[in-house]
Design a protein. Sequence first.
Length: 257
Amino acid sequence: MNYQPPKRIFEDTGYVDPENSYHVHIENVVNRHNQDLKTMVDHGRYFSIFAPRQSGKTTFFMTFAKELEKDPKYIFILMSFENYVNYSLQKFYNTVFSKLINEQVSVNNQKKKIFISYCNKDKDWLMIIMNYLKGLEYENINIWFDKKIKTGEQWNPAIADAIQTSHMTICLISQNYLNSDFIRTREVPGILNKQREGMIVFPVLIKNCTWKVITWLKNLQIIPNDSIPLEKLSKDEQENRLIKLIDHVHEAFNKGD
């Protein structure tokens, strides 16, 4: 008997992908006054969405938030309170206030954010690429990778928040990356969900690997365009390819300006 993978799964970690996971389609959310979410937001009302875990609450809420952001008078700030479960009340309020202020400043400055998805075994390549990306920080672009996680923050929610608040993801592709269960089950689903909302994804081939058989990578333009891993290139050619990558990033953020 040939094994046939299920068309959908019951997701029990990370974000729910409606195309690949069973979920409860949430619509027409109203309060006891028959006010929908938009009306509640406009009236400054608090609200909660109650539904079983992994049923699609975050997917629904993010869709709603993206619709709000089309109007410049709304600012959406994503926060995961799981990060603060062990905080004292005073530390919680201080941390939340600081994050709100930072997010407000970031929005006011229209600062773009890049999430770097990589395997820790390839951190030498992260440092090489960061040497080129660093200059973008002077162009009002924030570069985020896991070393930005603060002491006391929970790892998974911090990375999930970073993905959801980023405008672009750069994936450092290697066999280490493809073999990582954490990346495959936690980071990639969140990245692909955000890509469907408009986030740009640049997969950068740093080492020779089996990327051609990975379904989610087949629909993306691998960098370098000739699919030669960066490790196989001379130092000068690596530099040329990485400069082109920075050009692509800068152009992507400046389209329509």
